[in-house]
Design a protein around this ligand. Structure first.
Ligand code: NAD
Length: 545
């Protein structure tokens, strides 16, 4: 446990309930000093909020209050954009090398202070420590990648001009201005930060509204950006319900980056369209795994556990549908179910648990309803299938279902929990068609010993990322690879050049020498047209694009 966080039940510090920190346990039996009030106050100080209202957040580990989060108003959002615009104007003049140097410093800070980050993520989300570690790791990978490739993405590029030698064309990458980022609770540190790093590198400022349940992890990220050397006003944080602050953010932003549910993504897209601003939408999924007849069964079973139960299934690229070839079905199911049943379940800040709790009562209600509905309509439970209030208030076991049919809710709807349905297939083309069924298209996975065949199958799966012999890490952790959804899983991509170019406008600058674009030296329009026709033919013969 890091020095910033004291153990549950530790005492001391300011107990004023209106100022950041948790309540005094002497007066509130539900209160605890899991977090030092000064730590909370330092974090919440980054929120631009003048309403005086607060919202209390609780840890899903034991229901203990963690902090009172100051709430922002529409005027606060307007002020955040005003400050961000001033900061952006100065930041756009900072060299790309200097911006990249600061970003690279974030890489070191995040690795050095990972315990502090992971503790806070676990306290806010209840996920296991190994799943929490994925978050600083993803930020370190993202910071390093963009810092090292900044020039590749942002330098002015020469392009062929219309008249060889005489027309010089350059394309500049101009920052959009102020980017609005609305992020979810499931990966509270990385989802609040990762999309903002390329925005900053490209010369933008950011106004961010993290999910209300996990503000502290997002605020720690904001603090670390400042520690790395990014000017404080370049990264504004506002807090409050998305349906109240979403519109004022979209009304002022030059670009919107949203990660969350497909339903909210459609609302955001409509509002962005109204203003003719761009948006990227990273949305939900109902992600398939295909285990082909020549798969290494043990490897597939190991991958399937990570694919289905990382962060208790509250992961956008998590697998909820598994299509397994007849020839290996029984062996695979046997190994997968055995591995699932062997998982250690629990909460707490040690590395012991393979899986932690769901984050909220809402999540528990959805997961329980999907499993109950499936069982009532005839699905068989091969593993799990129960809530575990003995472990934590919202805990649900990793659950494997067989015999799921289209009339069951969990057949086509995202559960966003630790529930996976297994289906048998005889014919590969049929398995691919079933994997492509439905509206989503985020992530897929193929297990086979023939990796070339795996890649050929991958091409036929209509998902934005497909992993061969891996659950999701091969694409997600390869930051040069674009990540995002097809169909109702989203628009636009994070990561790679796509992930930074979304935050820039291209500006073409053409410089014309000698030759004018029109008749010269007394030439008639008709002669000019004939001359141009002849030169177009010559250019074509020379193979020019
Ligand atoms: P959600 O859409 O309810 O909330 C996400 C964010 O949007 C929160 O910050 C919330 O406050 C805000 N919000 C809510 N209503 C809003 C509105 N009307 N206008 C503007 N903002 C609004 O999503 P959730 O349930 O919290 O997150 C889980 C979903 O996110 C799942 O569907 C999951 O698959 C998806 N997700 C996708 C990715 C990805 O990269 N594709 C990553 C993580 C989560």
């Amino acid at each position: 446990m890091s020095e910033a966080i004291s153990g549950p039940g530790a005492t001391g510090g300011n107990a004023d309930p209106t100022h950041g920190g948790p309540r005094d346990p002497e007066h509130d039996p539900r209160a605890s000093y899991v977090l030092e009030p000064e730590v909370v106050a330092r974090l919440t100080d980054r929120i631009l909020a003048t309403t005086g209202a607060t919202a209390q957040v609780h840890s899903p580990i034991d229901g203990a209050p963690l902090a009172n989060i100051p709430q922002s108003s529409t005027e606060d959002v307007a002020e955040a954009f005003r400050r961000a615009r001033v900061a952006q104007a100065a930041w756009a003049r900072v060299s790309v090398d200097e911006r990249a140097r600061i970003l690279h410093r974030l890489h070191d800070i995040v690795l050095d202070r990972q315990d502090e980050i992971i503790d806070l993520i676990q306290l806010e989300s209840g996920k296991s420590r190994k799943h929490a570690f994925d978050e600083p790791m993803h930020i370190a990978l993202t910071a390093r990648y963009y810092a090292r490739t900044a020039h590749r993405h942002l330098d002015t590029e020469r392009r062929p001009g219309v008249v060889p030698v005489l027309t010089r064309v350059e394309v500049n990458r101009v920052p959009k201005g102020v980017v609005g980022i609305i992020s979810p609770w499931n990966y509270p540190f990385t989802m609040a930060l990762c999309d903002g790093l390329p925005a900053l590198l490209a010369g933008n400022a950011v106004v961010t509204k993290p999910d209300a349940q996990t503000m502290l992890s997002a605020l720690l990220g904001a603090q670390m950006l400042e520690d790395a050397g990014f000017p404080r006003d370049l990264w504004q944080v506002v807090a409050g319900p998305g349906r109240e602050l979403g519109t004022p953010i979209i009304d002022r932003a030059d670009y919107i980056c949203f990660t969350g549910s497909t339903a909210t993504g459609k609302i955001i897209a409509r509002q962005a369209a109204e203003r003719l601003i761009g948006c990227s939408l990273e949305l939900g999924g109902k992600n398939p795994i295909l285990v082909l007849r020549d798969a290494d069964v043990e490897r597939a079973a190991e991958g399937a556990v990570r694919a289905s139960f990382s962060n208790a299934g509250q992961l956008c690229v998590s697998t909820e549908r598994m299509f397994v070839a007849d020839q290996v079905y029984d062996r695979f199911v046997d190994r997968f179910v055995a591995r699932t049943k062997a998982m250690s379940l629990g909460v707490g800040l040690s590395w012991d648990a393979d899986m932690g709790t769901l984050i909220s009562a809402d999540q528990l209600a959805t997961v329980s309803a999907h499993v109950e509905d499936a069982v009532a309509k005839g699905a068989r439970v091969l593993a799990g299938g129960q809530a575990r209030p003995d472990l934590a208030p919202y805990f649900y076991e990793p659950t494997v279902l067989e015999g799921v049919t289209p009339e069951m809710t969990c057949f086509g709807n995202e559960t966003f929990g630790p529930v996976v349905a297994i289906y048998r297939f005889h014919d590969e083309a049929d398995a691919i068609a079933r994997a492509n069924d439905g509206e989503y298209g985020l992530n897929g996975s193929v297990y086979t010993r023939d990796t070339a065949r795996g890649r050929a199958v991958a091409r036929q799966i209509r998902c934005g990322t497909v992993n061969v012999n891996e659950a999701f890490g091969a694409t997600f952790a390869s930051i040069d690879a674009p990540m995002g959804g097809m169909r109702e899983s989203g628009m636009g991509r994070r990561q790679g050049s796509e992930g930074i170019h979304r935050y820039t406008e291209t500006q073409a600058v053409g410089t014309q020498r000698l030759l004018r674009f029109g008749p010269m030296l007394g030439m008639s329009d008709e002669s000019y047209a004939r001359m141009m026709t002849a030169s177009l033919r010559i250019m074509d013969k020379l193979g020019r694009a």
